[in-house]
Every structure is written in structure tokens, then in C-alpha cells.
Design a protein. Structure first.
Ligand SMILES: O=C(O)CCCC[C@@H]1SC[C@@H]2NC(=O)N[C@@H]21
Length: 187
């Protein structure tokens, strides 16, 4: 099926992961070297949503989180929210979380296979980092009117932390798979 239908249980899972995104915003935002885009644990939420829920449900949970944020709830790290953040320097990263979670899910669940650690790590690297940066960095450059090259260099500050998030998301995903495989609901 090209587009999946969700059951009630799926809706519950989607809401849980939207809530996890909100919780990951609670520790706050760190901005290094006067950057326009914060370092936040929420990028790991997008990795986990795709890895555990799969592409459609994972991406939908991020959309639910973003709709609530757009509506004005202060769910982004540092207690931010509202329509303004969707035209700000981090707008592309927010969109990137949706596509990124989808790509993580496609890779982790490749052809309906169960999660294994290396595909989970690869999925988080490609979907959770490469895809998110590929959308986020050009939008950041456009919004801040900074040359793309300089924006790419400024985004390097995210790499060490995001690599740690890949490792952590992989460990959490594999532990959850062993302890509670029903959370994944492979079809
Ligand atoms: O809170 C926001 O306004 C969105 C923040 C986007 C942060 C991006 S996601 C990828 C990279 N890793 C981080 O920790 N921060 C940036």
C-alpha cells in the first residue's frame, strides 16, 4: 500500500512519540558560537520516532508535534513555539525532522525486516542527520542571508552531538526491540 491506514493503537503510539519529542525539549537549547539554530535533544526524537514507529507513523508523530508547536504550544527546546519558528533560521530543520523520521523508518524497516543495530545506526545517520541537514542548512542560509558555505561550516557544530544521538537512539531502539517488540508492530 502506498499510503498506510492507521488503527487506534497506531494513533496512541503516534501521540506517545509526539509527547517524547516535547519531553526532549525540556532540558533546553544550547547555542554555541552565537549560532542561529540551537543544539537540541529533539533531533534524537525524530530518529527514535522513525526507528520505532516506522516511516509513516514516525513522520506523522513529528507532524503532530509540529502542528501543536505551530498552534502556539511552547514545545521546542527553550520553550519556543508559534508560527514564527516556521519562518525562522531553523524552519528547514523542522521540516527535515519529518522527512528524516520517514527515511530512518524506511532504512530500519527495510522491506519489512526487524530492526538490527547496524541498520538502525545507518538509518539514524542518513535520515536523522544527512536528510535533516540537507533541508535545514540551505533554508538556514536563505533565511539568515549567509553564504551556503559559511552556513555548512557553522552546522559542523551539530555533528559531534548528533553522532552521540545516533549511538544513543540505536541503543534505545535495540533495547526496546528486545524488551517490548510490540511497540514496533511490524506488519
Ligand atoms: O528548536 C528549533 O528551532 C529547531 C532546532 C533544529 C536543530 C537542528 S536539528 C539538527 C541539528 N542538531 C541539533 O542539535 N540542532 C540542529
Amino acid at each position: 500500500m502506498l499510503v498506510e491506514r492507521f488503527e487506534t493503537r497506531d494513533v496512541a503510539r503516534i501521540v506517545v512519540f509526539a509527547a517524547i519529542m516535547a519531553v526532549l525539549g525540556l532540558p533546553g537549547a544550547v547555542t554555541l558560537f552565537g549560532g542561529a539554530v540551537p543544539i537540541t535533544l529533539q533531533s534524537m526524537g525524530a530518529m527514535l520516532a522513525g526507528a520505532v514507529l516506522g516511516p509513516w507513523r514516525g513522520a506523522t508523530s513529528i507532524i503532530v508535534f509540529l502542528v501543536l508547536t505551530f498552534a502556539g504550544l511552547p514545545l521546542l527546546s527553550g520553550g519556543r513555539g508559534g508560527a514564527g519558528v516556521f519562518v525562522g533560521p531553523s524552519a528547514g530543520y523542522l521540516a527535515g525532522w519529518v522527512l528524516g523520521a520517514f527515511v530512518v523508518g524506511v532504512i530500519v524497516r527495510f522491506r519489512g525486516r526487524p530492526p538490527v543495530w547496524w541498520r538502525t545506526a545507518l538509518g539514524c545517520l542518513v535520515g536523522g542527520m544527512a536528510v535533516v541537514y540537507a533541508i535545514g542548512v540551505p533554508v538556514q542560509a536563505a533565511v539568515t542571508h549567509l553564504p551556503l558555505g559559511k552556513t555548512v561550516l557553522s552546522a559542523l557544530v551539530f555533528v559531534p552531538g548528533d553522532l552521540l544521538k545516533v549511538v544513543f537512539a540505536t541503543i534505545v531502539t535495540m533495547a526496546l526491540w528486545r524488551a517490548y517488540p510490540r511497540a514496533f508492530e511490524l506488519k
